[in-house]
Design a protein around this ligand. Structure first.
Ligand code: HEC
Ligand code: HEC
Ligand code: HEC
Ligand code: HEC
Ligand code: HEC
Ligand code: HEC
Length: 504
């Protein structure tokens, strides 16, 4: 005898109705979003996140619900010793079936209306400036503001942070979900952690635009400094930086960019997360000669441990702030004084400006009020006559100092020069001197120290802003430290005296 076949329609159960609606409407939603994604003028990570992660999740959920419901019906029927055959016909006589059909249709319509009216609107909104402004403004503000002021202000963030190719795209999308999650829950770290974990290697980002074998030659850098005395006395240094490079056709393989000649293989180990305390450096020349330098007195890393990272030296180890430079207050005040945006006639402005910028504030509005108030009070009390006669200059200086603050200090994210080391020098942070110091020695005890002249020549220096009144020599001068400190500058690191408390 043939088993009784029970004919039943797919939407007999509520679960199937919901699953089916999610699946169908989700599919439609995906097509609409895909269209937006393909036609949008530029990529938006959050929009992509919704299209490629959010909606597929809804579709899969719908599908799984639907399959579970079918499976449960089949199992139930088997238990009862029957066979089921599904069909799509409408069965108006079954009230349970009709209820679920309406549920299915209602849900589909509801979802679609939602998509058409609010969904597309919200979706487009994620592309807008307001979305970035309000949603992640505080979190990314330090990086966005410094980026706008950098040489790379027209290079899209993704060119450095993602670069071409699918694997990093996917990785960054996954990372994006984590970031959205942390932003939503307000659990992100302040400041944002740096160095960026898994930053794409420079070969695949920077080197798409800057050809590594390019020869850069020498570059003249002029710096004017102002002392912390009443007169804000100037001191100027003209440095000829030997950037060099590795293109033997246009120049010798030498200079600072010698490191990045791909044939020279340099790797190092740092004991701290921020890669400031380097203890082990290895150079392998194209001929295969290996030299290892170690920091005398330091504990050596455990190379067997998987927490020891042997890092290949690349562009980012010197250029770690190509687009997010947080200037030290002393540096930005020197720049503003040299450009005459702050008058150097104002007594002690270099010192007082430094103190108000360096003080601790909780929020930007608080900082702005307190900076303006402190400057006014200081000059009203200490230099009443000067204040009365030069109120306008002091107001201009105040505006400039507030501007410096707004571009370099982000109290809500605890981000400023104190947590964002710049490795491109050795003055504010140890930078080059992390390796180029007498403490780094090879097996024979020879140190890796270089004289000042191996990286730059001092063409002119002296207590003035005017080039013609400086001591100068085109083949290089011995460094004269602006303050008489004897030979100390040869013996200790610049950063031993020039500290963050001092504004450097
Ligand atoms: C020219 C390349 C470049 C561009 C363009 C760029 N960045 Fe960066 N960014 C970097 C480098 C290099 C680092 C530091 C990496 C390190 O130290 O590990 C960094 C670090 C960061 C960090 C980590 C915090 C920090 O200060 O180190 C964030 C967040 C960030 N960038 C966001 C952005 C955003 C948002 C944009 C676009 C508005 C952008 N970046 C554009 C190269 C770039
Ligand atoms: C999409 C192309 C592009 C990418 C990617 C890029 N740059 Fe640049 N970079 C430029 C251009 C263009 C300039 C010149 C800008 C100017 O002078 O106005 C420049 C200027 C520079 C300068 C000189 C100006 C300065 O800030 O001192 C340095 C150094 C530099 N880039 C380093 C890097 C590093 C390091 C990376 C990788 C993290 C990188 N660039 C990635 C296009 C790019
Ligand atoms: C050993 C450290 C170091 C490494 C590694 C390094 N650079 Fe530089 N680079 C410098 C210094 C120092 C300067 C000069 C800085 C200045 O202008 O104040 C410079 C200057 C530049 C400039 C600007 C040249 C100009 O004429 O203004 C570019 C572009 C540049 N580097 C790109 C790169 C790229 C791309 C890489 C990786 C392939 C790289 N650098 C690796 C130290 C380094
Ligand atoms: C990770 C360690 C490390 C850091 C950081 C570093 N260097 Fe070097 N540098 C080396 C090594 C290693 C050599 C080769 C030393 C040797 O064996 O002669 C070298 C060599 C040089 C040379 C000589 C190149 C030649 O023509 O022979 C110059 C110039 C130089 N570095 C400049 C710089 C500057 C400028 C910085 C900072 C912006 C810097 N270095 C940062 C490791 C480093
Ligand atoms: C390993 C290479 C290297 C060595 C050795 C070196 N410098 Fe420098 N120096 C640099 C670089 C790179 C900069 C950054 C230039 C810039 O900011 O554009 C710099 C910047 C400076 C500045 C300007 C500081 C600022 O940021 O305003 C002074 C002054 C200076 N060096 C003096 C010296 C003296 C004195 C010595 C010898 C004790 C010395 N340097 C040794 C690479 C070197
Ligand atoms: C023993 C401590 C000490 C060491 C080491 C030292 N400096 Fe200084 N430096 C000072 C003092 C003190 C001043 C005077 C500060 C002032 O007038 O406000 C000064 C001032 C300067 C100035 C004038 C700008 C300013 O902000 O006053 C420059 C430039 C400078 N030092 C460069 C260097 C460089 C480059 C090195 C490393 C090669 C170095 N110094 C090492 C103590 C030191």
């Amino acid at each position: 005898m043939a088993e009784p076949v029970q004919k039943r329609t797919v939407f007999r159960t509520r679960m199937a109705a919901i699953g089916g609606a999610l699946f169908l409407a989700g599919g439609f939603l995906f097509l609409i979003l895909l269209f937006f994604d393909l036609t949008a003028s530029h990529e938006n990570p959050y929009r992509a996140l919704v299209t490629w992660v959010g909606v597929p999740f809804v579709i899969t959920l719908g599908f799984v619900l639907f399959v579970i419901s079918v499976w449960r019906q089949v199992r139930q029927a088997r238990k009862e010793g029957r066979k089921v055959k599904f069909n799509l016909s409408i069965d108006p006589t079954d009230p349970a079936y009709m209820r679920n059909l309406w549920l299915f249709l209602g849900l589909c319509a509801g979802l679609l209306i939602l998509v058409v009216y609010s969904g597309t609107k919200a979706y487009e909104a994620t592309d807008s400036v307001e979305f970035c402004g309000e949603t992640c403004h505080t979190v990314m503000e330090p990086q966005a503001v410094t980026y706008e002021n950098s040489a790379h202000a027209r290079v899209p963030c993704v060119d450095c942070h993602i670069g071409p190719g699918a694997s990093f795209y996917v990785r960054s999308k996954v990372d994006g979900i984590r970031q959205l999650w942390n932003t939503a829950l307000n659990t992100y770290s302040r400041p944002i952690e740096t160095p960026v974990a898994n930053l794409r290697p420079a070969q695949e980002t920077c080197e798409n635009c800057h050809w590594p074998r390019q020869f850069y030659g020498d570059k003249l850098v002029t710096r004017t400094y102002y002392r912390t005395d009443e007169d804000n006395s100037p001191w100027t240094i003209n440095l000829l930086l030997k950037i060099g490079g590795g293109n033997p056709r246009t120049g010798r393989n030498e200079g600072i960019h010698w490191h990045m000649v791909t044939a020279n293989d340099i790797s190092y180990v740092a004991t701290d997360h921020k890669r400031q305390n380097i203890v082990w450096v290895q150079v392998v020349t194209p001929e295969g000669d290996t030299t290892i330098y170690t920091r005398s007195g330091a504990d050596m890393p455990d190379f067997d441990s998987n927490t020891t990272e042997v890092r290949n030296f690349d562009c980012m180890d010197c250029h770690n702030r190509p687009s997010h430079k947080f200037l030290a207050p002393a540096t930005s005040l020197n720049l503003a004084l040299a450009a005459e945006r702050i008058s150097d006639d104002i007594p002690y402005i270099r010192q007082v400006g430094l103190e108000v910028l360096n003080a601790e504030y909780d929020t930007r509005p608080q900082a702005q009020t307190m900076i303006a108030d402190s400057l006014r009070t200081y000059y009203q009390e200490e230099y009443p006559e000067f204040y009365a006669a030069h109120e306008r200059e002091i107001d201009e200086a105040t505006l400039e100092i507030l501007d410096i603050y707004n571009h370099n200090f982000f109290p809500e994210m605890n981000t400023d020069y104190r947590v964002r080391e710049n490795n491109l020098s050795h003055f504010v942070n140890d930078g080059c001197f992390r390796c180029h110091s007498s403490a780094m020695q090879d097996a024979d005890g020879n140190s890796m120290e270089y004289d000042c002249e191996s990286c730059h020549l001092i063409l002119a220096q002296g207590p003035s802003e005017h080039p013609d009144s400086l001591e100068s020599n085109i083949s290089g001068l011995t460094f004269r430290h602006p303050e008489d400190i004897g030979e100390m500058w040869r013996e200790t690191l610049c950063t031993d005296c020039h500290t963050p408390e001092q504004g450097y």
